[in-house]
Design a protein around this ligand. Sequence first.
Ligand SMILES: C[S@@+](CC[C@H](N)C(=O)[O-])C[C@H]1O[C@@H](n2cnc3c(N)ncnc32)[C@H](O)[C@@H]1O
Length: 259
Amino acid sequence: MRFDVLTLFPRLFDAFLVESLIGKALARGIFEVRVRDIRDFATDRHRTVDDRPFGGGPGMVMMPEPLGRAIDEVKASASAGVKPLTILLSPTGRRFDQETAVRYAGQEHVILVCGRYEGVDERVSRTRIDEELSLGDFVLSGGEIPAMAVIEAVTRLLPGVLGKEESAEEDTFTNGLLEYPHYTRPRVFEDLPVPEVLLSGDHEAIRAWRRRQSLVRTRERRPDLLHSAALSDEDREVLLAFEAEAWGLGGDEKDEADS
Ligand SMILES: C[S@@+](CC[C@H](N)C(=O)[O-])C[C@H]1O[C@@H](n2cnc3c(N)ncnc32)[C@H](O)[C@@H]1O
């Protein structure tokens, strides 16, 4: 898989692309990232890439010509028969999520366009962008951190990027739920012991405990996710019992409330 990143601040990617899992996976050739400076596509002596907005207002807008040329050149360099997916990072885009990361992981070539200033001239978006993507409901100063987030979320899903000991299979959102809590040594930290069941060696009890934690955590923190999560009858019973407990209903009282 190949990523091209178009940015006005290419050096922001220097450490990102050499450290940790991404650095190792790049060194092993599992995927490829090319970072291009949009300023290289300006044609004037000052390498100008922004201008004042038509209609007035604060800030500057990224001009269509240098950015348009940059995108065209990257698209022209794609491998034969590959049509890159071109994404503009923008707070006005569709919100990024795990499902989108899975979809992008199936692409051969993704171009990530990082905005700065007030954003890019709308005509670049209309003529050259396939999708506008937001990292979340907040405004950053540039698209570089969202682009890094996309690269990291997508490449975690590529075979060989995570080591044997890590796995994306149980990650939060992968099965539609938040992940269960984790514990490691020591057994007691500041008077807080590790839950007994995790020391029991009983794999079925551990699985059931983790599933319950996952369900309850999702119910408490992100109830919206439960609407689309695949839940078994056992899961529904766990959630019902949790609700009853939360409402202070014991077995008998719950029966009365149900009747
Ligand atoms: C200061 S922002 C522009 C904000 C724009 N004026 C608005 O209100 O929608 C500059 C650039 O940062 C990036 N950016 C900021 N917040 C983002 C977010 N939540 N998701 C993705 N990109 C973002 C985009 O590339 C954007 O063009």
